[in-house]
Design a binder for this molecule. Structure first.
Ligand code: FAD
Length: 321
């Protein structure tokens, strides 16, 4: 059953975020040979449309306005609702990002739709689109379908692989004029926290430190390993609470949810609240001096040892490759 799917592209400072390509891949699967239309909202972003087409979008709708240069709930909701009205899709897919988590309930409420959030897998059986999503902090998964109205879901980032880029693909881009008005909140200023290296939420490799790292300086060997692997540094809440690092690095139930290709947990015990944020990583390596640590129950590879010996050794070995 061919469907028309609307997917939301996300940008930051006029650069497309990876999730923009992941929602296209999810849309393709659900469309069953139908059409995937990518919506691009912002200011001066129309030049990005061809990139979305190269990653599999059949068509792109742009909504441009100076008031959309940064995300505001009202502005984006007005732009997306106008696009939904114009395109009349059978499904809407948005990334389960900070933006998507804020925007999707507003759209669902406005259109009286059901919403399935934080989807990690999609299957199509007997004409039904079945979405899997984690529950109880990732201890179990449930499968949901939408029985009435539009299919509306948010997709966990770094979980569905983008399609292979094809620079020869072509598709139509259409600019939709939407009057953006009555914004109840506007962004006056963005004060960026100094973060080094790769963005944690999009990193393919994460080296995470826990209370076992023991101090702010204890993070240095982890940073070096992250550097040689082109990855990002993350942390448990234990490490953040102990002031070894900033809370922006926290991974887990009350931190970021990450699904990198490689997650190296150093001196992290593996509390359920931490696992909720990283247990879907593709390969997990745990380094812990306690052989009974719970982190080994989710690890693909475990190293029982002192992280201050193991991490520098790993870095040296990888540098020598
Ligand atoms: P610990 O549990 O103290 O573990 C430290 C580990 O380091 C131990 O296993 C030890 O064997 C090992 N170690 C020590 N020295 C070395 C060494 N030299 N080499 C190797 N290993 C060593 N936690 C999160 O992480 N993220 C969350 O989002 C989160 N949300 C929470 C929400 C709620 C409502 C609650 C109640 C808790 C939450 N927590 C969260 C906290 C969580 O329960 C744990 O307390 C926390 O994850 C523990 O952090 P840790 O593993 O770094 O520390």
């Amino acid at each position: 059953m061919a469907r028309k799917i609307l997917v939301l592209a996300e940008t930051r400072e006029q650069v497309l975020r990876n999730v923009s390509y992941e929602v296209i891949a999810a849309g393709k699967e659900i469309s069953e040979g139908g059409e995937v239309v990518s919506v691009l909202i912002g200011e001066n972003i129309s030049s990005l449309a061809s990139e979305l087409i190269h990653y599999g979008a059949d068509r792109v709708v742009t909504v441009e306005d100076a008031k959309l240069s940064t995300y505001t709930p009202d502005g984006y909701a007005q732009a997306l609702l106008a696009t939904i009205k114009e395109e009349n899709p059978e499904a809407i897919i948005i990334g389960h990002t900070a933006l998507g988590k804020d925007l999707s309930p507003k759209i669902a409420a406005k259109l009286q739709l059901g919403l399935i959030s934080d989807v990690t897998a999609i299957e199509i059986t007997g004409g039904n689109v079945i979405f899997s999503r984690p529950i109880y902090s990732g201890k179990a998964f449930e499968k949901q379908i939408i029985t009435d109205g539009l299919i509306f879901a948010t997709i966990r980032p770094n979980n569905i692989n983008p399609l292979r880029k094809d620079d020869t693909r072509t598709g139509e881009t259409h600019s939709l004029s939407v009057e953006i008005k009555d914004l109840r909140t506007i962004v006056k200023e963005v004060v960026r926290k100094a973060t080094e290296g790769v963005d944690l939420s999009e990193a393919k490799v994460i080296i995470a430190g826990g209370r076992g790292v023991k101090s702010e300086e204890g993070f240095e060997p982890l940073k070096e390993l992250a550097h040689v692997l082109g990855g990002a540094v993350g942390a448990s809440r234990g490490a953040c609470d102990a002031n070894y690092c900033d809370y922006s690095l926290q991974i887990g139930q009350t931190g970021k949810v990450v699904t990198p290709d490689l997650y190296i947990a150093c001196g992290i015990s593996g509390a359920i609240q931490h696992l909720a944020g990283m247990s879907n990583s593709k390969v997990i390596v745990a380094i812990n001096k306690d052989p009974e640590a719970n982190i080994f129950n989710v690890a693909d590879y475990g190293i029982v040892g002192d992280l201050f010996e193991v991490v520098p050794l790993l870095t040296e070995e990888i540098k020598a490759l």
